[in-house]
Design a protein around this ligand. Structure first.
Ligand SMILES: [Zn+2]
Ligand SMILES: [Zn+2]
Length: 638
């Protein structure tokens, strides 16, 4: 594809267009701003000197968004009180045009959109105003009065003589993004979403080769105007404040003279657990600790303080590690405006479809600062902090008059932090329960119950099968006859039979044909190997007749006896029957059964299997009670 080209009207150089739709471009040789008029280019101005470059993006950077390749072809740079940002003009390979912004290295892609409803005038826009467009709730999270700094490259419109521009940023609970741009009348609406640096697969970035987390933004050789000590800025261009490590003066990092903003007298030196300048690996990227602050709340007049470590990577921006009594959280800001809901008596918040339960709502005061920060730090500064939890995550909102910044943290152990930063020694032990600390057995309790239910149904099936198929095992059965006063010896022994398996009950049943007679059986169950025996006797008698009340009967023809816990082995019975004197004989059967383990065996198994999930549930419930006892929304806590 041949690129359109034209000669610069100022210096005659050939100006090639990366995008055929460009209305404005800049000459790389003479830095003229050129605007297309029909077929010619007209010089309308000159590119201003741009401040220290801190964005990893440049004209010519390529990437992908939603599987579509794009290239950065132009740029508008803005500055405001809290820093600066670029609107990078990107064009996709199908010719579509959009914007990639990089404010504080948080990346957003947006497209010029038709406003779904009327847009308010700049004077009427304010933080917390809401718009409901096509079923999506957009909240105005900030209104910025920005200063136009300069342009470069190709733009889809003429844009060069601007001064101050008002922007209203809109956010949703699911990281969609909007901005109302008041640089023109009527205002323009851009809609899009926050995107992760890695997801853009950016190529041709500014000097990627010699990467450390802060290279290309680190500026050393600076001097503290207050004490003359040496200073380094690791995130120059992003940092707004830097604290002199020698005299603790808070300096304006944007000012070439590092003007002193505030001097704070630390009552005591606080030594960060992770020293400033340490580098560690989080989520596959290297970060450097560049700032440290201590903050505290005064709930019930008891100061409760925690530490925040500011981490920086010059591509991925800022993250935080927070530490309280040995409990850590890995925190990053999230470009959302949570949907605040009620969850019973507690407030709740929805972010990216996940529900978080309200835990605290306090004023936090900054009491100690070290290093540098991409905002203006001020010792004594108070902000409202709202915490919501969905263990192991914590959603926190920092709410000031002009701004609402939300962040998501994930619980980390000291050991994980020590490993990520290769710190020597052991981390301080965690004490107490932290608000988003995973409970013992964490999410395992329900899976433990699932395992138990599976095992229980297995046991029930096994028990059923056992009773249906094996209930009792017959080990011996034989019929005998007996005639009293016969010449033969009454006593005899049975054949040997085997009792197998574990010790179990042995049931011996005698089934006779007695009729109006009695019989007595002297019995002994004898172990063939040891000769040990169990002696016992059984009387069986059965009488029937008829009288004035009708037929009657007494006794029965059968009887049985159970011997508990008979060891397995080979046995025989010694039998000696006796009968009454009437001389009649009887026929009887001896039936020996080994009985199966009783139902209690199964019950014991069920109880034993239920113990771990019961204990886990109990410990988890106790843990939750302790967790929530610290919450502002704990019952009995006002
Ligand atoms: Zn030129
Ligand atoms: Zn100093």
């Amino acid at each position: 594809m041949s690129q359109p080209a034209a000669n610069c009207p100022n210096c005659g150089a050939l100006v090639r267009f990366r995008w055929s739709g460009a209305i404005q471009t800049t000459c790389e040789y003479c830095r003229s701003i050129l605007v297309r008029r029909d077929v010619n280019l007209e010089k309308v101005g000159e590119v201003a000197d741009l401040p220290h470059e801190v964005s990893p993006i440049q004209i010519g950077t390529e990437g992908t968004y939603r599987n579509k390749a794009f290239q950065v072809v132009g740029r508008i740079l803005y500055e405001f009180e809290e820093g600066g940002w670029n609107e990078w003009h990107i064009v996709f390979n199908d010719g579509a045009s959009g914007w990639l912004s990089d404010a504080q290295l948080e990346y957003v892609i947006s497209f010029l959109s038709q406003a779904p409803g009327p847009l308010p005038a700049a004077a009427d826009i304010h933080r917390a105003r809401q718009f409901n467009w096509n079923g999506v709730e957009y909240d105005v999270t900030s209104v910025t009065n920005a200063h136009y700094v300069g342009v470069a490259g190709e733009l889809p419109f003429e844009y060069w003589d601007k001064r101050d521009v008002t922007f209203a940023d809109l956010r949703t609970a699911d990281a969609r993004f909007g901005t109302i741009d008041y640089s023109d009348a009527p205002p323009l609406l851009f809609l899009g979403e926050a995107v992760d640096f890695d997801a853009l697969h950016l190529k041709n970035l500014r000097e990627l080769e010699t990467e450390t987390p802060t290279s290309k933004t680190a500026v050393s050789g600076l001097q503290c105007p207050s004490c003359g000590g040496p200073l380094t800025l690791n995130a120059a261009g992003h940092s707004l404040s830097v604290v002199c490590p020698q005299c603790h003066a808070i300096l304006d990092a944007k000012d070439p003279n590092l003007q002193v903003l505030e001097k704070f007298e630390a009552k005591q030196q606080i030594k960060p657990l992770i020293p400033l300048g340490m580098r560690g690996k989080l989520h596959g990227a290297e970060y450097e600790v560049i700032g440290f602050q201590v903050r505290q709340t005064d709930t019930d007049d008891v100061p409760d303080s925690w530490a925040e470590y500011l981490l920086y990577n010059r591509f991925k921006g800022f993250r935080y590690l927070t530490e309280y009594n040995g409990h850590w959280n890995d925190v990053r800001t999230v470009p959302v405006s949570p949907k605040i809901i009620r969850m019973g008596v507690k407030p709740g918040a929805i972010v990216m479809g996940r529900k978080y339960t309200g835990f605290d709502d306090d004023l936090a005061t900054t009491t100690y600062v070290l290093g540098e920060f991409p905002w203006r730090v001020h010792v004594g500064e108070k902000n409202r902090v709202r915490d919501f939890i969905a263990v192991p995550q914590i959603l926190s909102g920092e709410i000031s008059e002009n701004e609402e910044v939300w962040s998501l943290g994930e619980y980390m152990t000291g050991g994980q932090v020590w490993q990520a930063f290769s710190l020597p020694g052991q981390p301080p032990p965690a004490t107490g329960i932290y608000l988003n600390q995973p409970a013992p057995f964490g999410g395992q309790v329900s899976s433990m119950w699932r395992v138990f239910l599976n095992l229980l149904s297995g046991i029930i099936l096994l028990a059923i099968l056992f009773y249906v198929f094996t209930g009792q095992e017959s080990v011996f059965q034989k019929r005998y006859g007996f005639t009293p006063h016969s010449k033969a010896e009454a006593s005899f022994v049975t054949d040997v039979f085997e009792v197998k398996g574990h010790p179990s009950n042995v049931e011996i049943s005698i089934n006779t044909d007695l009729q109006n007679a009695w019989a007595y059986f002297n019995l002994a169950l004898i172990n063939e190997a040891t000769g040990q025996g169990y002696d016992f006797g059984r009387e069986v008698s059965y009488y029937t007749g008829r009288d004035s009340d009708g037929a009657w009967s007494e006794g029965g023809r059968k009887d049985s006896v159970t011997i508990p816990a008979v060891e397995p082995g080979r046995y025989y019975l010694r039998v000696e029957p006796e009968m009454g004197q009437d001389g009649r004989s009887m026929v009887y059967t001896l039936d020996i059964k080994r009985s199966v383990p009783s139902a209690s065996f199964f019950l014991i198994a069920v109880v034993l299997l239920a113990l771990p999930p019961i204990l886990a549930t109990w410990r988890g419930a106790k843990f939750e009670v302790r967790r929530w006892s610290q919450s502002r929304y704990a019952s009995g806590h006002s």
